[in-house]
Write a protein that binds this ligand. Structure first.
Ligand code: AHG
Ligand code: MN
Ligand code: MN
Length: 338
């Protein structure tokens, strides 16, 4: 139950924050609100999924060659509709669409922002009632007029204006940053309001989790193989052996690691040298949150947020977590770069 006197809602929080910027006109506030509204609708559908027989595949493949689930399509449409109608966003790049969706109606083409998103992350987990998410990146547009273009979206993570994720888990949370720390809001489903529940989130100092799909071990670079062995060695001073946790939803794996302390790894492999995760709407937004939470995000050799994107759906090896853990992993990769 919400007790009005004790809570800060997401809307109140972003308006308070915005008042710290005297020149801001509220556009980012409205954009974040549009995303939160779409997330609530997606949340409702996810919760109802078992009831209304929405599960199963639509039969189409997305441009990554993966079968889309019905909820991927639904979530994609919801976020596009909310952002198009909100008037602050002039273009979207989505995992589910090959090309940039440009809004060129007179209302939206005035929008100052563009959004890259993974509308439903971890969708292979839907059938088994495991946590899934939405990930979003918000950039200021570079082009000056008309609908947004690919150029507006191909910006490195260091240019991000805001980023966040929604986790549809045992409770639903929205976690975001605008570069002044990370704050988490839990949805009170009885009233449909996101309430500040996790102010100023940081990775804990003590961390002992590693998260990786170890089934791919044979294909990993030598440095990662050696790091996994390092995680499994006994050294009580560094809390080793670490414990292993892997859900298979980036949002859920990262969120747990942020709260409990752990490193997430999705390496390049001999088959896929750039790994699986997409730079624009998976790696960069999570990297921004990690960095704002006293953590780090790297492709093993380079800060994720400095990679200059060349294509909308490009992938990158991805390692993120508390700074000391990522740096240890990097030292193994640098010693064994092959
Ligand atoms: P999506 O559902 O958006 O395609 O993303 C799935 C991703 C990510 O959430 C997760 O970390 C990774 O795939 C898991 O991949 P593996 O099954 O190869 O471990
Ligand atoms: Mn994903
Ligand atoms: Mn997805």
């Amino acid at each position: 139950m919400v007790h009005r006197s004790k809570i800060t809602t997401l809307t109140e929080f972003i308006i308070q924050r915005q008042s710290e910027y005297p020149h801001a006109k509220g556009a980012l506030t409205r954009l974040l609100n549009d995303i939160a509204t779409a997330a609530k609708i997606v949340n409702r559908e996810i919760n109802a999924a078992g009831l209304v027989d929405i599960l199963g595949t639509v039969g189409k493949e997305n441009i990554q060659g993966e079968t889309q689930k019905k909820l991927d399509v639904f979530a994609n449409e919801m976020f596009i509709t909310a952002l198009k109608g909100g008037g602050e966003c002039c273009a979207i790049a989505s995992e589910e669409n090959e090309k940039v969706i440009s809004f060129s109606n007179e209302f939206s083409e005035l929008g100052k922002y563009v959004v890259a998103m993974d509308p439903l992350d971890g969708s292979s987990n839907i059938e088994s009632n495991v946590s899934i998410g939405t990930i979003f990146s918000i950039y200021r547009r570079i082009t000056e007029a008309g609908g947004g273009t690919q150029q507006d979206l191909l910006q490195p993570g260091v240019n991000l204006a805001a980023a966040g994720y929604v986790i549809y888990g045992s409770s639903t949370m929205l976690v975001y940053t605008t570069g002044k720390g990370v704050n988490g809001f839990t949805l009170d489903p009885s009233v449909g309001i996101f309430c500040l529940s996790h102010p100023d989130m940081k990775f804990p100092e003590s961390a002992n989790i590693y998260s990786i799909n170890e089934g791919n071990y044979i294909y990993f670079p030598e440095g990662v193989k050696r790091y996994i062995k390092y995680c499994q060695e006994v050294d009580p001073e560094t809390l080793r052996p670490y414990t292993s946790r892997y859900i298979g939803s980036l949002v859920a794996d990262f969120h747990r690691n942020l709260i409990k302390g752990g490193i997430f790894l999705y390496p390049g492999t001999t088959k896929n040298p750039n790994g699986k995760l997409r730079l624009l709407y998976e790696c960069n937004p999570i990297a921004y949150i990690a960095e704002q939470a006293r953590g780090k995000a790297s492709n093993g050799f380079k800060r994720i947020m400095t990679i200059e994107p060349e294509t909308l759906h490009q992938r990158a090896p991805f390692y993120t977590g508390p700074r000391h853990m990522v740096e240890k992993l990097e030292s193994f990769l640098q010693e064994h770069p092959e």
